[in-house]
Ligand binder design. Structure first.
Ligand SMILES: Nc1ncnc2c1ncn2[C@@H]1O[C@H](COP(=O)(O)OP(=O)(O)O)[C@@H](O)[C@H]1O
Ligand SMILES: [Mg+2]
Length: 373
């Protein structure tokens, strides 16, 4: 279907533009159609800042040439670079199932198997790239694209370098990658290497499992500092992720070590661990690590607790909660869990209070922060 904003003649090079697929820090991405080959393509039109861009363009082309050699099922193939309307455009494989950032926004967290499968695909793509000497530098859910059949492909190899080189082009800090997914060494202004990609992939894994990246704050500087100093919080404290297998927890911790040398030595090593977790039929759930024992090993309590007439306040809140859940009014449900948290804390029912708190946090994220890209 043609986008009404586009004239039917809109083209870039030989490609007819069909609609806008999205917009990122570096420019617009179009869905294009290649008549000669009868296939769709994605075209990223890179905004650029100023006059002296011929060097930049040469470097972009060099990066793209390296990326174009990858030719791996888990990386998005680059077809061509063309200069059009004064902007360099990267023409690449169109991936038809949307990004995992969109998936998180529309459907929330994934089950651990689906998340692990997606991250193993990404790790396979990274291994190929790293073996070819290419560091991605901007691994995040928005750069993990999925085909309709569920295969995950990494997009935008080498493009983070473009943003780094042309800092005026991107908003301040954008050359760092996305704060929520950036490695401690990048946060500290040091050089990124293959192990930085592994760290960012762990932040992405965390987001797929819990819906939000490990460190969230309105202030990007605070997020960067937390990457440098803090261990990932226990993902099992998030409602819905209580039942994560020990193997998943171990991978998250190992891959997100502060010192690059303490992480996996390579994406291949990480890939083997992810495959091992997927292949293990009986998962154990006793991992303590730096987080202590998981208090919710029994799995999530999904039913609405019962409240009796002897507890009139709770009874009213409970009814409101049940109605909110039925009508899927997340705002009202959030308020109800907050009240319950208050009731339980005052009554000294710590387990129930913790459960209500976790549910309130999960809902808060859904209601107030629908997109953590
Ligand atoms: N090759 C592609 N195939 C399909 N959709 C794409 C492709 N590349 C990018 N997109 C879409 O365009 C959006 C914007 O991409 P981009 O400019 O790379 O910014 P970001 O990665 O920060 O979202 C992506 O989130 C994705 O939905
Ligand atoms: Mg992208």
């Amino acid at each position: 279907m043609l986008d009404p904003q586009l004239s039917s003649q809109a083209t870039i090079g030989p490609y007819t533009l069909l609609r806008k697929l999205g917009q990122g820090g570096m420019g617009v991405v179009w869905l294009g159609y290649d008549q000669a080959l009868d296939r769709h393509v994605a075209i990223k039109e890179l905004r650029q800042s100023g006059a002296k861009n011929s060097t930049l363009l040469r470097r972009l082309v060099r990066e793209a040439q390296a990326a174009a050699k990858l030719n791996h099922p888990n990386t998005v193939t680059i077809y061509q670079i063309i200069q059009e309307r004064q902007s360099p455009c990267v023409v690449m494989e169109y991936v038809d199932g949307g990004s995992l950032a969109e998936h998180l926004q529309d459907h929330g967290a994934m089950g651990w198997r689906a998340a692990t499968q997606a991250i193993r695909d990404a790790a396979a793509g990274l291994r190929a790239a790293h073996e070819g000497g290419i560091v991605h530098r901007d691994i995040k859910p928005a750069n993990l694209l999925r085909t309709k059949r569920g295969l995950v492909k990494l997009a935008d190899f080498g493009l983070a370098r473009w943003a780094e080189l042309d800092v005026e082009l991107t908003h301040p800090g954008a050359f760092l990658g996305s704060p929520a997914y950036v490695s401690p060494e990048q946060a500290a202004g040091r050089k990124a290497d293959a192990r930085s990609d592994i760290y960012s992939l762990m932040c992405t894994y965390y987001a797929l499992l819990t819906r939000t990246p490990p460190f969230v704050d309105e202030d990007a500087a605070v997020i960067l500092e937390r990457h440098e100093r803090e261990v990932f919080p226990d993902p099992r404290a998030v409602a819905g992720a209580e039942g994560l297998p020990d193997g998943v927890c171990r991978i998250l911790l190992k891959g997100s070590q502060k010192r690059p040398g303490d992480r996996y030595g390579s994406a291949g090593e990480l890939l083997a661990e992810l495959d091992a977790v997927l292949a293990t039929p009986d998962q154990s759930h006793t991992f303590a690590g730096p987080w202590g024992r998981n208090k919710e090993r029994q799995g999530p309590r999904d039913s609405v607790p019962e409240f009796h007439a002897e507890q009139p306040d709770l009874h009213v809140t409970g009814q409101r909660l049940a109605r909110a859940r039925k009508s899927q009014d997340k705002g009202v449900e959030l308020e109800a869990w907050r009240e319950l948290y208050g009731h339980y804390s005052q009554a000294g029912q710590t387990e129930a209070a913790a459960d209500a708190y976790r549910r309130a946090v999960a809902l808060y994220v859904q209601v107030h922060a629908p997109s953590f890209k």
